[in-house]
Design a protein around this ligand. Sequence first.
Ligand code: ADE
Ligand code: ZN
Length: 339
Amino acid sequence: MENFIAGLPKLELHLHIEGTLEPELMFALGQRNGVTLPWPDVASLRAAYEFDCLQSFLDLYYLGASVLVTEQDFFDLTWAYLERCAADKVVHVEIFFDPQTHSARGIPFETVLGGIERALQQGERQLGISWRLIMSFLRHLSEEAAFATLDEARPHLSRIHGIGLDSSELGNPPGKFARVFARCRELGLPVVAHAGEEGPAAYIWQTIQELQVRRIDHGVRCAEDPALVRYLADTRLPLTVCPLSNVRLRVFDKMADHNVLTLLEQGLCVTINSDDPAYFGGYMGANFQALANSLGATREQLCRLSLNGVEASWLSLADKVKLTQEIRGYGACHGVALY
Ligand code: ADE
Ligand code: ZN
């Protein structure tokens, strides 16, 4: 199974680039930029990775991001992630970046975007990994702040492929951003949003009805509303599920309790993703492996999860056909039914 997973072509559609900051790189960049971290060394930082909810993680994640200052920092961060992708046979990525995490510290938009984009372009040339870039608004901040960020992004919108919504879910319902998301859609940008990670199924309905999302990030709490599960199965509106993240943030007590395979068998377009892999114990390969180890996922199910990634991606139809053929030509994926 390990060899099978290692060679299976994978697509990652839910990944926060700031969440790929490994402790070693965090300390190296801290030193390079004269930013002092509140932990004496890598070991004590790692020891702090004991989260009991989303907020306890976010507090640490925003602190960690404070070492990212120069264009080269954003390049180095993104390049390290892409090398991990190549090792895990990830062939396409659609990644989030959080400009507000950096603009609040006075880092120019172009510094952030330029470094990430340069690494993605090099990754496409040297590693053959295709990509899309999604600018995410922080939902604990105001609607006004999101509009200001959109204004700041306006000169760069041709380099951004979509809009997302992340950060503290509880108390920040999707409807808070209905107007700014409407503006983004008018500008021709497809939108996605985190919902149903810690928040209730009602938040998932809101992303559908008020934000008109193309995908839902997480969405696992849809299981609490049978009508919503039926809707998601009927429409194939994708859920980008992050198994290791969900266990580390206590959405599920243990991997054996995770509902992703149940949702898969109910006909939903669920995909597997790593979210913030530096903090949650593993990249794409580790997430697939966890499903095999703890949920008894079969090769056929893992193939379908990869194929769902193709379906849910923003690749061109021609590229989707190419990747579908590549996955279906791989081992046990031969003959797996297409949706
Ligand atoms: N930002 C980074 N990771 C996140 C997650 N899992 N949920 C919400 N916001 C995030
Ligand atoms: Zn996320």
